[in-house]
Write a protein that binds this ligand. Structure first.
Ligand code: NAD
Length: 428
């Protein structure tokens, strides 16, 4: 999508530096929070289905665990880099802090493309990942979860290998497990619903009735699908969705001026959130270039695919009609583009606030797994709404009373919470 190569970790560090300046943090605290506490790089040798051996590169980064065990997903992606994992782990530490849950920030990944791997090969990668890192993770130190191109089955394989090594059951070690195997009801909905709970609150602030509002979304995976579900329940219309094509693996935007039918679109979508273009045409979707989702005349934009998607190169294409951008993805906006959005007066719900629903529900899952007692879906989603609404209101109130935008306010609150935990522990 973008000609320029962006480094997500540089983006994350620039965002942190701005918050550190606003908080006038001392040098030692800056040095501690700007870089990961610990990181692990390892090789995962796998016997492929054809009998050959292949070695995959894996990572786990624990950015900070002053407020509780490191927490964050494991991403399988062919373009995964250590800097992406560092950035994502840093954003996780701000996310758990802004949601005010007793966890730190971590992230993991494997450079691989599950599209080209059999299920057996994927299982071997999961088990290999667990074998390499088992000494350094656990329910009281670092708790992984799914992320892009990993799912509940991957988590269960990792848990099974981990428990086999430890010789004991420890379901609180990992979240995003299948329901019935230690997973929480509501987890699959949590991130997307959380995004739309923050949109609902932002609409209240802007005095806009959600009914008759329109949205355009990048991504049609776990986050986007459930964000669309709740948005439609709120009375909104989604006009455009951008995601990967199942065949040529490039992105396209799929548009219906009168609104997409979620069930219809899901019927031609694979488990990776990719759409079958031929079937989309048959269903009457207009097919546009991958970044056309950004140029739509809608009230709300939700980037829910990958980082660095709204950049200095394309930010001016955003319609004057757009009032809210809710960042479902992690780091979808570069700092340069962010400045332009700020000038345009668009209400930004920053990533680590907007998409905190996933980790909040993961925390609920960990609590339930540790207790070995599970809540109903309504109970989980009710608690999620309470947490997300409280986090949104805290950031919005702080922004108003300190004349800050939402991103700066969210950063100042969370950096301050993590810095304070480090100080209280005597680390700085
Ligand atoms: P997913 O793998 O389920 O879906 C990703 C979607 O993005 C797919 O529809 C894919 O086709 C699309 N996509 C990928 N590259 C694209 C491109 N260049 N243009 C358009 N579409 C593209 O992933 P997900 O779980 O929905 O996560 C999406 C984002 O949200 C990621 O940034 C992830 O880190 C973040 N996030 C996810 C969760 C969660 O609980 N799943 C929680 C917090 C944050």
């Amino acid at each position: 999508m973008n000609n320029k190569t962006y480094n997500a970790f540089e983006t994350a560090q620039k965002q942190f530096d701005r918050a550190a300046d606003l908080l006038e943090l001392d040098q030692a605290t800056r040095d501690l929070l700007r870089n990961p506490l610990r990181e692990f790089h390892f090789s995962i040798p796998i016997r492929m289905d054809d009998g050959s051996m292949k070695v995959f590169k894996g990572f786990r980064v624990q950015h900070n665990d002053a407020r509780g065990p490191a927490k964050g997903g494991i991403r399988f992606h062919p373009q995964e880099t250590i800097d992406t994992v560092r950035a994502l782990s840093m954003w996780m530490k701000w996310k758990t802090a802004v949601a005010d849950i007793p966890l730190g920030g971590g992230k993991g990944g494997v450079i691989c493309d599950p599209h080209n791997l059999s299920l057996t090969e994927q299982e071997c990668i999961c088990r290999g990942w667990a074998r390499q890192i088992s000494k350094n993770v656990g329910s009281h130190s670092d708790v992984p979860a799914p992320d892009v191109m990993t799912n509940a089955q991957h988590m269960l394989w990792i848990l099974d290998e981990f428990e086999t090594i430890k010789g004991a059951k420890d379901p609180g070690f990992i979240t995003g497990k299948p329901v019935g195997m230690g997973g929480s009801l509501g987890r699959k909905e949590a991130t997307g619903y959380g995004v739309m709970i923050t949109v609902r609150e932002a609409l209240k602030v802007l005095n806009i009735n959600p009914e008759n509002t329109t949205a355009s979304i990048q991504g049609f995976g776990n986050v986007a699908q459930f964000a669309i579900e709740l948005f439609q329940q709120m009375g909104g219309t989604v006009k455009c969705v951008s995601c990967w094509d199942q065949e040529d693996h490039t992105s396209y935007s799929y548009k219906k001026e009168n609104g997409i039918n979620l069930k219809e679109l899901l019927s031609i979508t694979d488990s990776f959130g990719g759409i079958n273009q031929t079937k989309a045409k048959q269903l009457g979707f207009e097919i546009l270039p991958g970044d056309a989702w950004l140029e739509q005349d809608v009230d709300i934009l939700v980037p829910a695919a990958l980082e660095n998607q709204i950049t200095a190169e394309n930010v001016e294409k955003i319609s004057d009609q757009v009032k809210i951008i809710a960042e479902g993805a992690n780091g979808p906006t570069t700092p340069e583009a962010d400045k332009v959005l700020d000038k345009k007066g668009i209400f930004i719900i920053p990533d680590f606030l907007a998409n905190a629903g996933g980790v909040t529900c993961s925390y609920f899952e960990q609590v339930q797994s540790n207790m070995n007692y599970f809540w109903t879906k309504d109970e989980v989603l009710g608690k999620l709404d309470v947490k997300m609404t409280a986090a949104f209101i805290a950031v919005n109130d702080f922004a108003k009373s300190n004349n800050l935008n939402m991103r700066d306010a969210a950063y100042v609150i969370s950096v301050d919470r993590v810095a304070q935990a480090c100080k209280d522990r005597g680390w700085v």
